[in-house]
Ligand binder design. Structure first.
Ligand code: PAF
Length: 284
């Protein structure tokens, strides 16, 4: 496995691979790798010849009071995990390599990012889109792999690929969960033992909503109440519970097979997100 920290070096590696006719799969990450990331890697390995994983904690997608400083960084451990999974290339640039100066050109999305995390984390999606566009231009992948857990991110990146004519196939991989339903996230490691016991309630609550829906309940206000009743606890604050149309990310009053339920909850200082798709809907 090769590890690059220089844009020039990874570009020449990719160019040589392309001359040989090899396809490139790209898994963008911020490190602190877990089984959710490894599921993306396995998908990439199954679909492309060369798998590139980027490990970069992107400062521009964190707000001033967010966890940029405390975000886990352990390149050695992450590289070992990648090596074991058969990753071909890790790209782990320094902040100065990606942002030698403050960018004066950035990518902004103006419709899909108005709600949910776009509303409660101003500037977040512009930071994500800008770094993903930079990484796409550096790595020039044929396919890029993202997790369904970050549903809004996936939808906005899908739109960027379309609107800016990136010649990249987006592949969305289902959320990987702990045995008790908690969605895997690097941020789960911030939870105290007590908070960790509480956290699966997010998935339990969403499952309750899903079973009410399957039993015929489609009214969002009733379904929301059912979820709110589960998402209570010590030091727990619901950031949002949103029922949106998967394509437009506009709120809906009635759930149907094109609806996404997305939830963000603060448990102590830790912000957890999760989502479920209503039946017969697929991301692609
Ligand atoms: O999902 C993430 O880990 C990040 O938002 C991403 C896509 C790697 C961009 O920094």
């Amino acid at each position: 496995m090769k590890i690059f920290d220089s844009i020039v070096d990874i570009r020449s590696f990719i160019k040589a691979a392309k001359v040989e006719g090899l396809s490139i799969g790209f898994v963008p990450t911020m490190g602190a790798l877990h089984e959710g990331h490894l599921a993306l890697v396995r998908e990439s390995k199954g679909n492309t010849d060369i798998t590139v994983v980027s490990i970069f904690v992107n400062p521009t997608q964190f707000g001033p009071n967010e966890d940029y400083e405390k975000y886990q960084r352990n390149l050695e451990q992450d590289s070992q995990l990648c090596d074991v999974e058969g990753v071909d290339v890790v790209f782990a640039p320094a902040v100065t390599e990606m942002y030698p100066a403050k960018d004066s050109v950035v990518v902004k999305e103006s419709a899909l990012s108005k709600n949910l995390c776009g509303r409660t984390r101003p500037g977040h999606f512009s930071g994500v889109l800008t770094v993903v566009a930079k990484l796409f231009n550096i790595i020039d992948p044929d396919m890029a792999f993202f997790g369904q857990k970050d549903a809004q991110q996936v939808r906005i990146i899908e739109q960027m690929i379309r609107d800016l004519n990136f010649d990249i196939e987006l592949k969305v991989v289902p959320t990987v969960r702990e045995y008790d339903g908690l969605a895997l996230s690097s941020r789960n490691s911030y939870l105290t033992a007590e908070q960790r016991v509480w956290a699966p309630r997010i998935y339990e609550g969403m499952q309750k909503v899903l079973s009410l829906y399957k039993a015929g309940e489609k009214d969002v206000s009733i379904l929301r109440q059912a979820l709110e009743a589960v998402l209570t606890g010590n030091d727990v604050e619901v950031d949002y519970i949103e029922f949106v149309d998967w394509k437009s990310f506009e709120s809906v009053d009635t759930v149907n097979d094109g609806t996404l339920l997305a939830v963000a909850v603060r448990v102590g200082d830790t912000r957890l997100i999760d989502n479920i798709m209503f039946p017969s809907l697929s991301f692609s």
